[in-house]
Design a protein around this ligand. Structure first.
Ligand code: BYC
Length: 471
């Protein structure tokens, strides 16, 4: 079944919302609250219109439509990927059974928890990025920021739909709470650590879209495997939008690195701040920070939660169907790193309890591709410096390395050494000040701020100098 989105409804959707008046009314009651949240905590910079991609149907060809619209007129809607004929559960104790169209009573609490955690991150990122519009390095980048923001808003809708449609009164209450918690709030913070960190500048934004959105890609990938079919279909559609966010992060860091390398070459120095560029050491420290806080988002190396999710069929592994094992892992073991007596040692544990580690390993490989890409740019520009991912034990607050002092190179040290060296490893107040001082807005079509190279291409075949945003 491919239903084109019904745009005559107040809430565009391909779930035939009209046939369920109760659900429709509940979501229509939530809609003004969402709009109020967007007004209060969405982008601060008000543009006249923005060249946006809007989902109009969930089938392969017709799902994206481009046009200039005011941000608040973006039609946030509910889209699920097509239902697969006779989809079967691919892992866990219910393997081989038909996928569930309803929530089994015994897994209600766990599923709801997963949806709430996922849903909580989406508005959080919009809140974190709300002030960035004022310092956009180009109209092209400003448009990309807004595109990411509206899509994170839509991803919130995706989770709220599932909460409303399948979790009754409790689900509706949880949907309310998603608009009550706020990023960085003392009283009601967002659930996961990285979503309470401020995104102060555009280097942080590109690092966030590279590293933290990439956690989103992997978590959505595991939920797309879920036995609960509406969740699987929801995540499959979200992953298509997520690809754009990955592109923004990857090419954003590409362009910063390229500009930095150009300035280093031109002026024959690492100290390019006075020439308007971001020094490579600052880029490395931002990378260290965003990578390490994103690693925390995967949960502990050992977790009974994740073992239960997998066995129940709620959350699979990355590309579950490509794994050449029994998809149940009852007797399987695997090795994880832990800190024992000030040393990193490998420990053999049941594979089921190490599934956060399994996903994090997939994530590492993906992240590493970006670093190689950035190093190729440095190499092509004739620069000797190289970027690298810090050790997975570095700067961790969750899991086996929480509380340990691990250097970016992977040596376990003590709190004094850490305190002395932290400024060389993580962004300092001076780094933030420097990067902040470079964040002067450029709102002329086709022009770029001095600290970033232009993109290779524009959006949807448009030239780079296209007027992507009318202010
Ligand atoms: N901060 O058993 P453990 C995205 C909690 S990003 C604070 O080791 P588990 C996006 C944990 O909840 C993807 N608390 O972990 C990106 C648990 O609490 P309870 C978001 C944390 O449960 C950019 C306790 O510590 N989606 O989409 O195996 C822009 C013990 O945890 C943290 C998901 O995460 C933390 N970092 O795995 C926009 C998918 N880590 O239950 C969007 C849904 C752990 O004891 N969530 N805790 O009270 C999950 O799959 C899992 O909940 C987690 C944790 C992977 C997050």
């Amino acid at each position: 079944m491919t239903l084109d989105a019904d745009y005559t409804d107040r809430i565009p959707n391909n779930v035939d919302l009209r046939s369920d008046r109760r659900l429709q009314r509940a979501l229509e009651a939530w809609q003004p609250r969402f709009m109020q949240w967007w007004k209060d905590l969405g982008p601060d910079l008000i543009a006249r219109d923005v060249y946006l991609r809007t989902a109009i149907s969930a089938d392969r060809d017709g799902w994206a439509h481009f046009g200039h619209i005011p941000l608040e007129e973006y039609r946030w809607g509910i889209f699920l990927a097509d239902r697969e004929h006779d989809r079967r559960i691919g892992f866990g104790e219910h393997i081989g059974n038909p996928a569930w169209q309803q929530v089994p009573g015994e897994y209600r609490a766990e599923l709801q928890r997963l949806l709430v955690v996922q849903g909580d991150t989406e508005p959080a990122s919009v809140e974190q990025q709300r002030r960035l519009g004022f310092t956009a390095p180009s109209l092209y980048d400003l448009r990309n920021l807004f595109q990411v923001n509206v899509e994170e808003g839509r991803h919130l809708w995706a989770m709220v739909y599932l909460l409303h449609a399948f979790f009754g009164r409790e689900g509706r209450e949880q949907a309310e709470q998603l608009l009550v918690r706020h990023s960085g709030s003392v009283d009601a913070p967002r659930i996961l650590g990285a979503f309470n960190e401020p995104t102060r500048d555009w280097l942080a934004f590109f690092m966030f879209t590279y590293f933290t959105d990439r956690d989103g890609k992997f978590q959505l990938g595991t939920l797309a495997e879920s036995a609960f079919d509406p969740l699987s279909r929801t995540c499959r559609f979200m992953l298509r939008e997520e690809a754009h966010h990955m592109m923004v992060g990857t090419t954003g860091v590409d362009r910063v690195v390229r500009r930095t390398a150009e300035l280093m070459r031109e002026h024959d120095t690492d100290d390019i701040a006075s020439h308007g560029g971001i020094p490579i050491g600052v880029i490395q420290r931002y990378l260290n920070f965003h990578y390490s806080v994103s690693l925390d988002l995967f949960g502990g190396e050992r977790s009974t939660n994740v073992a239960n999710y997998f066995t129940a069929g709620l959350k699979g592994r990355w590309q579950e169907e490509r794994r050449g094992d029994d998809h149940r892992l009852i007797d399987s073991t695997t090795e994880i790193d832990t800190v024992v007596d000030g040393r990193i040692e490998t420990t053999r544990v049941p594979a089921l309890t190490a599934l956060n580690h399994d996903l994090r390993s997939e994530y590492f490989t993906d992240c590493d591709n970006g670093v190689r890409r950035w190093n190729r740019i440095l190499e092509t520009e004739g620069i000797d410096a190289r970027l690298s991912l810090p050790h997975h034990g570095f700067n961790r607050r969750v899991g086996a390395f929480a509380g340990a002092f691990v250097t970016p190179g992977g040596a376990v040290t003590d709190s004094e050494t850490w305190a002395r060296s932290e400024g060389a490893w993580l962004p300092t107040a001076a780094d933030h000040e420097l990067v902040g001082s470079l964040m002067n807005p450029v709102f002329e079509p086709g022009r770029m701020a001095a600290w970033i190279a232009p993109p290779a291409t524009g959006i949807n075949g448009r030239p780079i100098e296209y007027r992507y945003v009318n202010l």
